[in-house]
Design a protein around this ligand. Structure first.
Ligand SMILES: [Zn+2]
Length: 221
């Protein structure tokens, strides 16, 4: 077990709901531990909304509600076109570069470079490119069902209560829960149970460690 004091955290989501699914428990824990968490979402996914049932900004509103639930007060939702991120690769890289210049981040949470969704993969690759030579740890989260071959190295244990809060937060995305049904939320719970079993706790979120720079030192006397 390693305790780590983190001050500045950048959480990158290609679409509304990505980080909530893959890292919602860890993000809440970071907020509670007093870290400043900046959450950036690259697309409000307007094109994916069924406008016969919902207003076009439904996902933006749901994402804001999920952020409030998590205690995040620094949320930016951009409007890159969903499913077209590879064509906007340079603009996405420039956006991430700019974020890195503004703040010295200790920790970046982003999607994984082996994710099958082209938008998730673009954000993962551009995050690595933008931060590789900076002193920030990069952890990649998993979107369950989208990441065959994801082998995690870093685990964040979650209690039953923390999992309950995560599931409650995911219900902020009512339009998605209605579309995909509750089954998927059960799958996410089982997924966290599976990772928990790997480290001997009831639940965990798990991450691929893309980069960490370590300095060893004596504790202050
Ligand atoms: Zn996504």
């Amino acid at each position: 077990m390693m305790f780590w004091n983190v001050n500045e955290v950048l959480v990158l989501s290609p679409h509304t709901d990505d980080m909530e699914l893959g890292a919602g428990g860890a993000v809440r824990m970071l907020v509670r531990a007093g870290a400043h968490v900046k959450s950036v979402v690259f697309s409000d996914c307007k094109k994916s909304v069924d406008t016969s049932k919902y207003p076009p900004d439904v996902l933006r509103k749901e994402c804001q509600a999920a952020a409030r639930h998590l205690g995040i007060d620094d949320l930016t939702i951009l409007d890159f076109p969903v499913r077209e991120f590879p064509e906007h690769r340079q603009a996405i890289l420039d956006t991430i570069y700019r974020l890195g210049r503004e703040t010295p981040y200790d920790l970046i949470l982003a999607t994984w470079k082996g994710d099958l969704h082209q938008d998730h993969r673009t954000v993962a690759e551009e995050t690595l490119r933008a931060f590789l030579k900076r002193d920030a740890t990069i952890l990649a989260y998993e979107i369950p069902g989208n990441c065959p071959g994801f082998v995690p190295h870093v685990y964040v244990p979650l209690s039953e209560d923390e999992v309950r809060e995560k599931v409650e937060m995911l219900h902020s995305y009512r339009s998605q829960v209605e579309k995909r049904g509750y089954f998927e939320i059960n799958a996410i719970r089982s997924h966290m149970g599976y990772y928990g079993a790997q480290i001997g706790v009831p639940y965990a979120e798990a991450f691929v460690q893309e980069k960490t720079i370590i300095r060893f030192q004596r504790p202050p006397q």
